[in-house]
Design a protein around this ligand. Structure first.
Ligand SMILES: Cc1ncc(COP(=O)(O)O)c(C=O)c1O
Length: 455
């Protein structure tokens, strides 16, 4: 029997982030200014982001050095383990090999601190005193609160109402690290007040929470904005995950045939998969699968188009798969996957056929999460339960074909704060939301009149 956990030494924490842009034959078109419709330049972004991150956003360098202070903070939980899931293999009755990379051992319980620490560091370097952000599941908000406390910065988090109500302890976690967390939409911003006036009982959305956080940062001298997903620099920071996984698989003597992650805005998915993308594009690498919720099917039923990154048209127009910036997904428990859009880089790779996308309902995902917990012990966050569902489909396909494959699946966070979701699943009261086409068609009307993507 081989090792159950493949552990790297601290000095194996990657020294550089990997920039997939350097290895792509074609690139997504540029983001456009929400007011002028012209390509966004550094001057447009400097009120809300520090210059170092703006530089990374547009960088074409293959490798970007990780500052020593960031690597030192990473050492609090990195390298993260790669597990061989032999118990899960037995529970599934397959001869295929399953490996999972586990990011739930970070201080806040997910992959999010990989970029939070980097973003807080660069803000601190440029003298920023306060950062505003949004959070869906609460994982990103807690990660940023943790990172801000590492670098002596104040942190304000706008948390989507649906998750704020179902996961009250995320707020306490944020407060423990010295941050402030309010439910979004909130009365603290003009964007929030406008939405509350129209619909006081709204469950909120990531698009709305982003509008609030961007407004907060744009209207205060001492404050910048941080985003936990979607943008190129965020995805870049997450590539420590896939780089470590590659080294760990090599140590295990394994080569993955299939790499699977869940996709909300695309950052954990990019983290695990981008280091494999150049090989996949050349036809020599693994099949790469992005799993998303059927209740928010951005990649599988969305439009590839320019759309606003937020609801109130404050964020740039991004070239991406989108359901329309006004789309408010049902209050599924995978709060981190309730985003109307998707990272331009991940969208581009799906559009080019390098990455495949699949959508699943939440009950079938929780069934896999529970199977996983009973075999491997760790209780997955609702978001990566979508990756586990895709894994099951792929394992069954291999078994049906009579072949043994090697799978790498990303377990990007634990679900220890998600007991209300598990309670609903286990008691049989969890609802699968069908999403009628006419609802999607109505949401897509938001795209009318926006600039078209170049042919
Ligand atoms: C555990 C977890 N997984 C996935 C996501 C989705 O974000 P992304 O697609 O950027 O990884 C989130 C977002 O909050 C999350 O908390």
């Amino acid at each position: 029997m081989g090792a159950t956990r493949h552990l790297l030494d601290e000095d194996a924490i990657p020294t550089h982030w990997y920039n997939v842009v350097a290895d792509l034959d074609s690139l997504p078109p540029p983001p456009l200014h929400p007011g002028t419709g012209q390509p966004v330049g550094p001057d447009d972004l400097s009120p809300i982001f520090p210059m170092a991150l703006i530089g990374q956003e547009v960088s074409a360098d293959r490798w970007v050095e990780i500052p020593a202070e960031v690597r030192a903070a990473y050492a609090l939980w990195r390298p993260t383990p790669l597990h061989r899931a032999e118990r899960l293999e037995r529970a599934m009755g397959t001869r295929s090999k399953i490996f999972y990379k586990y990011e739930g051992g970070s201080p806040s319980g997910s992959h999010k601190p990989n970029t939070a620490v980097a973003q807080a560091y660069y803000n601190a370097q440029e003298g920023v005193r306060r950062i505003a952000t949004e959070t869906g599941a609460g994982q990103w908000g807690s990660a940023l609160a943790f990172a801000c406390t590492m670098f002596g910065i104040e942190c304000k988090v706008y948390m989507v109402r649906a998750s704020f109500d179902s996961k009250p302890y995320r707020k306490t976690m944020i407060a423990t690290w010295g941050g402030e967390c309010v439910a979004s939409p909130s009365a603290d911003t003009a964007a929030g007040r406008a939405i509350l006036e129209k619909d006081p009982s709204t469950t909120g959305s990531l698009g709305i929470a982003i509008s609030e956080a961007v407004e907060d940062a744009a209207t205060r001298e001492d404050t910048k904005y941080a985003l936990g997903s979607v943008l190129n620099h965020v995805l870049l920071h997450q590539t420590v995950i896939g780089q470590e996984a590659k080294a760990q698989l090599a140590e295990a003597g394994a080569t993955p045939d299939v790499v699977i992650g869940c996709a909300g805005g695309g950052s954990n998915f990019a983290g695990i998969s981008f280091p494999f993308v150049a090989d996949a594009a050349a036809g020599t690498g693994p099949k790469i699968i992005a799993a998303e919720p059927a209740a928010c099917p951005t990649l599988t039923r969305g439009h590839y188009a320019y759309d606003f990154g937020d609801t109130a048209h404050m964020a740039p127009l991004l070239p991406m798969y989108t359901l329309g910036h006004g789309f408010v997904p049902d209050a599924i428990h995978a709060g981190g996957l309730r985003y109307h859009g998707m990272s331009p880089l991940v969208s581009h790779l799906v559009h080019e056929g390098v990455v495949e996308a699949r959508a699943y309902h939440q009950n079938e995902c929780f069934a896999e999460a529970v199977r996983f917990a009973r075999a491997e012990g760790i209780i997955p966050a609702p978001e990566p339960s979508h990756a586990l569902r895709a894994l099951r489909e792929e394992v069954e396909a291999a078994d049906a074909e009579g072949v043994e494959r090697t799978f790498l699946v990303h377990l990007c966070g634990h679900g220890n704060f998600d007991m209300s979701a598990y309670e609903a699943y286990l008691s049989g009261t969890l609802v699968d939301h069908e999403l009628p086409q006419d609802e999607l068609d109505r949401a897509a009307e938001d795209l009318e009149g926006l600039p078209a993507l170049p042919a």
